[in-house]
Design a protein around this ligand. Structure first.
Ligand SMILES: Nc1nc2c(c(=O)[nH]1)N[C@H]1C(S)=C(S)[C@@H](COP(=O)(O)O)O[C@H]1N2
Ligand SMILES: [Mo]
Length: 256
């Protein structure tokens, strides 16, 4: 390795360590102005880092022995929305994932149909902007598999995940959503996960289906997915910034 490459790595390590020290309450409600400033500083660090690591690179994978015994459930942990509760109480037997928007063939898939498709299992580290991490094993269908099945229209640019929960006790207010571009959507480790640590995904972690997009922070990992919409712009969705937390000041691209 050249000296300059080595220096860059050392610098990157320090920058990441600094980012890690900033324990942010980003996933809690009521984000203060100073917290937002810290988030902007962190975003600058990430932007520099992004120049060094190709978007297509794989996130590190871990051994079974490294799986965290206590993976903290965060954000919504038990959605109270009536449509979700009805599905949950029936064991998600009537759940269907809708895939629509800029696709040639909209899909509507049951969990059995999702499980019948080729599955991928990976053990990865989840990194929440609040400052904690946890290693978990995820099994699911690759998002690319479903996008290829649906057939993207040429104008397709982003994949939007619409969730059941509104992240409030009452479920009043806008529902959680997130979005990624096609580089992340087609990334080999980008999964719609239905199993966690070898068991059916539980309600606290996003049952029946949640996103794993391993090169990005925790808030991008949409839980409780009800619909996937392919768009060319997210300007008209909720606050227009492509996600529940991005609408509240967080970076849309939360690369790690
Ligand atoms: N639908 C939905 N997805 C969500 C959230 C949420 O509140 N609602 N919280 C996000 C945040 S901030 C984190 S850190 C992870 C937490 O995932 P976990 O509960 O499996 O730990 O989910 C993300 N996805
Ligand atoms: Mo998070």
């Amino acid at each position: 390795m050249s000296a300059s490459a080595m220096n860059r790595r050392t610098w990157l390590g320090r920058a990441l360590a600094t980012a890690g020290v900033m324990a942010l309450a980003a996933c809690e409600r009521g984000v203060s102005f100073s917290e937002r400033l810290k988030v902007s500083a962190e975003a600058l660090t990430r932007r520099s880092q992004r120049l060094l690591i190709p978007r297509e690179a794989l996130a590190p994978e871990y051994d079974v022995a490294e799986i965290s015994p206590d993976f903290k459930p965060n954000g919504s942990i038990s959605p109270a929305a009536a449509d979700y509760v009805a599905l949950r109480d029936a064991g998600f037997a009537d759940y269907r994932l809708e895939i629509d928007g800029l696709v040639e063939r909209p899909l509507s898939l049951s969990l059995a149909e999702l499980r019948a498709r080729p599955a991928r299992t990976q053990i990865t580290k989840h990194d929440c902007v609040e400052g904690w991490t946890a290693i978990g094993q995820w099994t699911g269908v690759r998002l690319e598999t479903l996008l290829d099945e649906a057939g993207l229209k040429p104008e397709a640019k982003y994949v939007v995940f619409h969730c059941f929960d509104a992240l409030t006790q009452t479920e009043e207010g806008p529902r959680y959503y997130e979005s990624i571009d096609l580089v992340d959507a087609r990334h080999p480790q980008t999964l719609l996960a239905y199993d966690m640590n070898g068991e059916v995904l539980g309600v606290p972690h996003g049952a029946p289906l949640r996103l794993r997009v391993e090169r990005q922070l925790g808030y991008k990992q949409a839980k409780y997915i009800r619909r996937i919409e392919v768009v060319d712009s997210f300007a008209d969705i909720q606050g227009g910034n492509g996600g529940y937390w991005p609408d509240r000041g967080y970076e849309w691209y939360a690369g790690i």
